[in-house]
Design a protein around this ligand. Structure first.
Ligand code: FES
Length: 159
C-alpha cells in the first residue's frame, strides 16, 4: 500500500485529515450513523461503562436507521470518510415499525453503487445493536476500524 503524500492527495482525504498517517499509523475516519433508540444508546452505554470502543467512529445520531438517506453515505465518502457504519434497532424493535427493513434494502443498493464506483463494499457496514448491547457496539466499532485499517485510506480520484 502506498502511503506517501502523493497518495494522500489522490485519496481526496487531505483536506481535513491529520497529516501524520503512514502505512502502520493510518487512523481511519469512520462515520457512524447510529439510531437514537438503540445503537446510539448502546454506544453511550459503552462509554458510561468504560468499555473500550473505537475512537475512530465519528457518531451522527439519527432518529432511525431508516432516516439515513443513501446520499448521506455517498457524501460521507466524498468528504473523506474511509468507512461508514450504519447501526439500527433489531428487527421488530424499530420505533418506526419498518425503518430498519428499509435500511437493509438501501444498504444492499448502496453496496452495489459503491462497487460501481470502484469502492470496496466492505467500507460500508450495517449492524443491529440494541440499547443494552454496549459490548456489541464496542466489538463492532473495533472490528470495523481494524477492517478499514487493512483496506487503507479510501482512494477516490476526483475529476
Ligand atoms: S428506530 Fe432504530 S432502526 Fe428504526
Amino acid at each position: 500500500m502506498e502511503t506517501t503524500d502523493k497518495t494522500k492527495i489522490e485519496t481526496g482525504n487531505g483536506s481535513n485529515e491529520k497529516s501524520d498517517y503512514k502505512s502502520n499509523g493510518f487512523e481511519p475516519k469512520i462515520v457512524g450513523f447510529l439510531c437514537n433508540w438503540c445503537a446510539y444508546s448502546g454506544a453511550d452505554l459503552a462509554g458510561v461503562s468504560r468499555i473500550k470502543s473505537s475512537p475512530n467512529i465519528r457518531v451522527i445520531r439519527t432518529m432511525c436507521s431508516g432516516r439515513v438517506d443513501p446520499s448521506f453515505v455517498m457524501k460521507a465518502f466524498e468528504l473523506g470518510a474511509d468507512g461508514v457504519l450504519i447501526a439500527g434497532c433489531h428487527f421488530g424493535d424499530c420505533h418506526y415499525i419498518e425503518g430498519n427493513f428499509k435500511t437493509m434494502r438501501r444498504v444492499e443498493m448502496l453496496k452495489m453503487i459503491l462497487r460501481q464506483f470502484g469502492i470496496d463494499e466492505r467500507r460500508l457496514r450495517l449492524e443491529w445493536i440494541s440499547a443494552s448491547e454496549a459490548e456489541k457496539y464496542a466489538q463492532v466499532s473495533i472490528e470495523f476500524t481494524g477492517e478499514i485499517k487493512k483496506l487503507g485510506p479510501l482512494k477516490l480520484v476526483k475529476n
